[in-house]
Each structure stands twice: as structure tokens, then as C-alpha cells.
Design a protein around this ligand. Structure first.
Ligand code: M6R
Length: 610
């Protein structure tokens, strides 16, 4: 949530900062800004509402003169989307600050600083940081110590970078609850909230840990831990795998990422299934020692990743012989829950940085869990680094805010977990073979599902004048219906709700009329006949349905129902296969509605605030 880039170099750095912001735009895109510091000590600051392109246009073709600078792309938390609220914030023309996170005690600090004579120019919580540092600098000659004294007064979450007009060539950074990575160059160094921002300028990265602060100049990087001790953090070489590349032949990243799913699933499986067994290191070295003891699984996640967890509950309980709970992270972290014996805490997150999910993982360390596992797409993320076990989904960079290939590869990881735990708990040969052959067949089945693209595009205009919609499914398709509804509301702004089809008659049936499309997910599974009864309930009340169905389910298009045949697949992988047409539906409806598909309003890709 919000993106930070900073640099100190001998060359002009405004173009590096703007390119970094463009790469971070997935984190927030309400407004953007940068401040550069010249050798003579003058700060030049440009901020704009809207996307990074607006900032780029404002700067024009000539790079700004500064060789040290900080930049930010914002996702508003405190204060509306205005130029005044955009970062960097500057105190007394001298201390410039960018910040990710939320300062919870900002009101108290603001009052104290106002009493000291500071004038606030924004409604943000961030502005307290720059005035606080400025105030500390009145009595502290060393910038690092002044920032240290300032951040000690902050409550909440921050990843922050501070620049001082009296110290060209120096950046001081602090991390607490919001990730920061240092990029190491030759005669220049960088800081960012995600290494993706810095891939054009370096492949050498140093990840700051919770409570770390760093003092960065062109030629040196010093990191101090939360106790203030000078520490060494490992330097990692990036293989650039997560460099997003472009959209290729596709109009949007989302469409590209939908079409990448067969390849993503192949990558997620590569080398991990050996002779029908999960490879020993699929969940990390030594993982089987932990997994063999597991009797209960507690899954915690948000949004789309939560839906993956909901599917997994059906799988784990029916095949792996363990009980399973699934909970939204923002609820889990704030309630007292019972920890079952030999329980595994599983976090699912494409980014690995979602604040609530990360907090749940940290909370689990204080409780009596047997261990933790994260299923994640970003190898360098906090969750991966802090979990005992990991399953990397290897989907490649997902840039569209709507999660697509991350979701389907999470489901692959979860099926692998069923196998891995089931191996030790007597999973039946039938289930094991069904999982193995289902996973092997999956890429081809996803390719077949993608062939529905033209048919779905053709029906999308029927949603153009709709304001509400209902998604129905049963069993493992209930969470898939939830995921379909989330996708549609997120990128087309059409209100969409999902129900377990059997719940219809307990209230939602009252909503049915010809103006509310009902989308039904209907593979040929053991719940098909039950689902058909629910379809009749909708038909009898004049509802208009779009049924994604297996050909053998024998639905027929008529005046109240449009049937889209999905080619037959095994029931086990049907939740993954049926996700594809729902993703395509939301994409093409969003195109008809003319929304910003890759960066829908009010959202961000990585939700690092709670
Ligand atoms: O990075 P995470 O998987 O933890 O993110 C969780 C949600 O924020 C995310 O899935 C969100 O719901 C997506 N925008 C859905 O498409």
C-alpha cells in the first residue's frame, strides 16, 4: 500500500525515481510525487494527483537536477486525494519524508507539534514525521540520531525515508510494519518498498527486518537493528524473475495474467510431484518432518487468497484426514481462538505482505501452533521469510490488482498440501491418484477453458446496464462463486454477492428479478441435482441466469437461462477450471463498463495497512 523509491547517486536520479514509481503503481495510484536534493542543498518537489504518468508529464523531458531523492505513489488512508496530501511532505523547506503505513498516534503528535509552532499543510498522518524529525534536528546534529528519536515516538506502522537539505547524498530509513529493501549499486545506493522498483538499476538487495533503521550514502550502507546495534543483513542476488515485463499482445495485464495460467500452473508443479508423491522439499527443506505431525490446519488469509483457503477446507477435510478452519485475517488476529493439538497455521497471500495476514502469522508464534506455512508468490516477502515452511506459487509477477494466476496457483499449492499431509495420514489411493492425475491434466484443462473467451466476451454487453448480480455455487464451487463475485465487483463496480445455492431460500431469493443476473457455477459433480433445484427456484421467480456448466450436466439455454459449456474435467480440479470463465466474465464486463481494469478505483495490489 503506497510505494516508496529513493536514491542517492552521482547522476541525476529523477528518471530512476519515476521509473521506480511506475513499477510500484500496483501498490497505490491516487497520487504521486518526488523530491530531489541538489548538491547545493536545494530541494525541488513535484507532486500530482492521479497516476505516475501525471507526475511524469509535470516533470517533462528534462531530468530534475538533484542527485539524491525520494519518491512515492499513494493509496490514501488519512486525507483525501489531493496534491497537498501527496508525498513527499516537507518541513521548513528542509526535511523531506515519504512514508508507507499508518501512524496511529498522529493526532496527539500533530497537536504537540502545532503547539511548538509547526504549520501543517496536509491532512495526512505522515506530515507529523517530517516535523518531528525537523524538531529533533534542532537539538541533534546527527540526522540518523534525529530520525531515531523521531520514530521512537511513532505508534503504528511505517516504512519511511528521510532526506535533509543539509546532507546531500544521505538518506535515513526506518522500517516497522511496512517492508523496505535496499538496492546496492556502484557509487550509488537505493531504497524501495519492493525490489521490483529497482530492477532496472541493480540486482543486489538487502532486506530490512522489523525495527531496522539504515543510514544510506552513495558509497555506504549501515543497518542498525531495533536495539540500535550495527548489524549485517545478507545481500541477495535477484534473478529478476519477478520483473513484470510488459503487457505483450494483451490490452491489460489482467488479461495477460488470465492467459498465463496454464504456464503458471506448470511452473507451480515443476519438480514437485515425483512418482505420484510430493517431493521432500516442495514445502522447503525438512518440511515433511513437520507435516507428518499435523492433525489440524488453521488457514488465515484475505480477499481472493481467503477464497483459496475456503476451497482447501473442503479438500483437506475430505481427503487428508485433518480438520481445518479458515478465517479472514483481520478477524483472526483480534480474537482469542482455540489452538488445536498439532495445528499448522497456513497463511495464503500472493504478495506475502498483507498487513492483517502477516500479523496473524506473527501472532501464531506466540500461540501453541506446531508450525507455520505460507503459500505465496513473492519469495522475498515478509511472510515467506517469517514462516517455517513455504510453498512458492511461481506464478510470476502479477501486476493487475485483480488476482488471477496467483489464485489458481495457490489452489495448486493447497492440493499439494492435501497430498503432503495425506501421505502421513493414510490418504486413500483413490484420492491420491485423483489429485495427481488432476494436477497433471490441469494446464491442458485451463487452456480449454480459455477458449471460452470469445463466447464470454459476446455476452458481456448484457451486463452493461446492470447494478447488481448474484453468484451461486455448492461445495467447492461456493468459494469459487465468491471469488467470481469479488472479481466482478472489484473491476466492473457492479455489486455482486455470492451465496451457497442452498442458502437462496433463506433470504436472497427476495432479490430475484429480471434486472439482477444470476451466475451459476455448475460442474457435473455430486451436488449437481441439488444445484438444479436451486436453479429452478430462480427460474420460477423470473430470474435471468448465466450457467457455467459441464456439457454432461444437461442444462439447456432458453429465455431465462444462458448456458456456457465448460469442457468436462474431474470434479477435483473443477474449482480451478471454473475460475477461468468467471475471470473472463469480469474482465469483459469491465471492458464494456470502461473501468480501469488493472488499477480499479480505490484499491491497491498490496494491502500493507490494516
Ligand atoms: O496479497 P494477498 O493475497 O494477501 O492479498 C489479499 C487481498 O488483498 C487480495 O486477494 C485482493 O482481494 C485482490 N485484489 C482480489 O483480486
Amino acid at each position: 500500500m503506497c510505494g516508496i523509491v529513493g536514491a542517492t547517486s552521482e547522476r541525476r536520479i529523477s528518471e530512476i525515481l519515476v521509473e521506480g514509481l511506475k513499477r510500484l503503481e500496483y501498490r497505490g495510484y491516487d497520487s504521486a510525487g518526488l523530491a530531489v536534493l541538489s548538491e547545493s542543498g536545494s530541494i525541488e518537489c513535484v507532486r500530482r494527483t492521479g497516476k505516475v504518468q501525471a507526475l511524469k508529464d509535470a516533470i517533462g523531458d528534462t531530468p530534475l537536477a538533484g542527485t539524491t531523492g525520494i519518491a512515492h505513489t499513494r493509496w490514501a488512508t488519512h486525507g483525501g486525494v489531493t496534491e497537498a496530501n501527496a508525498h513527499p511532505h516537507i518541513s521548513e523547506n528542509c526535511i523531506a519524508v515519504v512514508h508507507n503505513g499508518i501512524i496511529e498516534n498522529h493526532e496527539k503528535l500533530r497537536a504537540q507539534l502545532q503547539a511548538l509552532g509547526y504549520v501543517f499543510n496536509s491532512d495526512t498522518d505522515t506530515e507529523v514525521i517530517c516535523h518531528l524529525v525537523h524538531h529533533q534536528r534542532k537539538t541533534e546534529s546527527d540526522l540518523f540520531k534525529a530520525v531515531q528519536a523521531a520514530v521512537r515516538q511513532l505508534e503504528g506502522a511505517y516504512g519511511t525515508v528521510v532526506m535533509d537539505c543539509r546532507e546531500p547524498g544521505r538518506l535515513v530509513v526506518a522500517r516497522s510494519g511496512s517492508p523496505l529493501v535496499i538496492g546496492l549499486g556502484i557509487g550509488e545506493n537505493f531504497i524501495a518498498s519492493d525490489q521490483l522498483a529497482l530492477l532496472p538499476v541493480t540486482r543486489q538487495f538487502m532486506y530490512l527486518e522489523e525495527g531496522d533503521m539504515a543510514d544510506i550514502t552513495r558509497t555506504s550502507v549501515k543497518v542498525y537493528d531495533r536495539s540500535g546495534a550495527l548489524v549485517q543483513r545478507d545481500v541477495h542476488e535477484s534473478d529478476g524473475q519477478y520483473d513484470a515485463g510488459g503487457k505483450g499482445q494483451y490490452r491489460h495485464f489482467m488479461l495477460k495474467e488470465i492467459h498465463e495460467q496454464p504456464t503458471a500452473v506448470r511452473n507451480a508443479l515443476e519438480g514437485r510431484l515425483v512418482h505420484g508423491q510430493v517431493a521432500d522439499d516442495a514445502f522447503g527443506p525438512g518440511s515433511m518432518d513437520l507435516l507428518k505431525d499435523i492433525e489440524h490446519v488453521q488457514i488465515v488469509a484475505c480477499g481472493t487468497s481467503y477464497h483459496a483457503g475456503m476451497v482447501a477446507r473442503y479438500w483437506l477435510e475430505s481427503m487428508a484426514g485433518v480438520s481445518c478452519n479458515v478465517e479472514i485475517a483481520s478477524e483472526f488476529r483480534y480474537r482469542k481462538s482455540h489452538v488445536h493439538r498439532n495445528s499448522l497455521l497456513v497463511t495464503i497471500s500472493q504478495s506475502g505482505e498483507t498487513a492483517d495476514t502477516l500479523a496473524a502469522l506473527r501472532l501464531s508464534k506466540e500461540l501453541s501452533y506446531r508450525g507455520s506455512l505460507t503459500i505465496c508468490n513473492v519469495a522475498t516477502s515478509s511472510m515467506v521469510r517469517e514462516s517455517d515452511l513455504n510453498y512458492m506459487t511461481r506464478a510470476g509477477a502479477e501486476i493487475g490488482v485483480a488476482s488471477t494466476k496467483a489464485f489458481t496457483t495457490q489452489l495448486v499449492g493447497l492440493l499439494m498440501l492435501v497430498l503432503a499431509i495425506g501421505q502421513h495420514r493414510g490418504i486413500s489411493d483413490k484420492c491420491r491418484n485423483a489429485i495427481v492425475s488432476g494436477l497433471q491434466a490441469l494446464p491442458a484443462k485451463l487452456e480449454e477453458a480459455l477458449l471460452l473467451s470469445d463466447e464470454i466476451e459476446a455476452l458481456a454487453p448484457e451486463f452493461a446496464d446492470k447494478f447488481h448480480s448474484l453468484f451461486l455455487g455448492r461445495g467447492t464451487q461456493y468459494p469459487i462463486a465468491m471469488e467470481g463475485a469479488l472479481k466482478l465487483k472489484e473491476i466492473s463496480y457492479i455489486h455482486a454477492e455470492a451465496y451457497a445455492a442452498g442458502e437462496l431460500k433463506h433470504g436472497p431469493l427476495a432479490l430475484i428479478d429480471a434486472d439482477m443476473p444470476v451466475i451459476v457455477v455448475a460442474p457435473n459433480d455430486e451436488l449437481l441435482e441439488k444445484l438444479k433445484s436451486n436453479v429452478e427456484e430462480v427460474r420460477a421467480r423470473g430470474g435471468i441466469m448465466y450457467v457455467f456448466a459441464d456439457k454432461d450436466a444437461h442444462f439447456k439455454s432458453d429465455t431465462s437461462m444462458r448456458v456456457i459449456n465448460v469442457s468436462h474435467c474431474d470434479e477435483l480440479i473443477a474449482p480451478i477450471v471454473y475460475t477461468i470463465p468467471l475471470q473472463l466474465l469480469s474482465y469483459f464486463v469491465a471492458i464494456i463498463k470502461g473501468t480501469d481494469v488493472d488499477q480499479p478505483r480505490n484499491l491497491a495490489k498490496s494491502v500493507t495497512v490494516e
